[in-house]
Ligand binder design. Structure first.
Ligand code: ADP
Ligand code: MG
Length: 253
């Protein structure tokens, strides 16, 4: 897609859990090739917004459009095929499998079957293709050297990057990253930031949920701030950061 053309549009997206409004008529757009920071205090609705975009959870109201088309009731597999991939706040890496095997799980998902079905029925030729794709992604993120090591032996910074490699195997034009820098050391954060900039340069848009503000500020083109499920500010990162409503939300939270 051309730079800036909308990949995902949230139009009054809403999610209620019983009486709790976790996402309250949220509207914003993610354009091709941009990095958007989605920030807000704990419980603001950031992860739920990811779940709505990726079809992990269903909308209580409003609409989500993928590449301009109403996604309707969409399911995770459909979303992946539309070019949207994600990582999770709590890493879903298999520690006993090698880095390559973990990355290959993403390529497995690229087909139309679920992971287990793919594992059980994949033909040899297809398997070779999947491993080649996983290798290509490890190379792309700078993890080729860790290829044959059990994922459980890798430092946290490399694990986070491995998760990104796995998501990239779906060949996304949008990556949703849920707190990728949490718990990383300074050097690891720099490495991660460099990777995200490289991916943006390659045309991958990123929606970034992250608490570390200096990490966010040095990367994002735009900020969207949520508080109690509602967008309280949006736009230029430096302006938004100094917005009194944003400062109040953080001091109050
Ligand atoms: P954030 O990621 O910004 O910290 P979440 O999206 O995880 O926030 O949560 C938003 C709100 O929705 C919180 O109050 C949380 O407790 C609530 N919530 C999230 N998931 C569920 C669920 N499955 N059932 C009930 N409440 C939920
Ligand atoms: Mg969260």
């Amino acid at each position: 897609p051309a730079h800036g053309s909308p990949l995902v549009t949230l139009d009054k997206a809403r999610k209620q859990f019983g009486g709790l409004v976790a996402v309250n008529d949220v509207s914003f757009e993610i354009g091709a090739g941009e990095i958007i920071g989605l920030i807000g205090p704990n419980g603001a609705g950031k992860s739920t917004t990811f779940d709505l975009i990726t079809g992990v959870t269903t909308l209580s109201g409003g609409q989500i459009r993928l590449s301009g088309r109403d996604a309707g009731v969409h399911r995770p597999g459909d979303v992946a095929r539309q070019g949207v991939a994600r990582t999770f706040q709590h890493a879903k890496i298999f520690p006993d499998m090698t880095a390559l095997e973990n990355a290959a799980l993403g390529a497995h998902l690229r087909g139309n079957a679920g992971v287990m079905r793919s594992f059980l029925h994949t033909e040899r030729a297809e398997e070779a293709q999947i491993l080649a794709e996983a290798d290509r992604q490890l190379e792309r993120v700078g993890l080729a050297e860790a290829r044959d090591r059990p994922a459980g032996d890798l430092p946290l910074g490399q694990l986070r990057i491995l998760e990104i490699a796995r998501a990239l195997a779906l060949d996304p034009n949008l990556l949703l990253l849920d707190e990728p820098a949490a718990g990383l050391r300074h050097g690891e954060k720099q490495q991660l930031a460099d990777l995200l900039r490289k991916l943006r340069a390659e045309g991958v848009a990123i929606l970034l949920v992250e608490h570390d503000m200096s990490f966010v500020m040095e990367l994002v083109d735009r900020l969207v701030v949520l508080d109690f499920g509602t967008v309280i500010a949006e736009g230029d990162p430096h302006k938004v950061r100094n917005d009194p409503a944003v400062i109040a939300a953080y001091l109050g939270g």
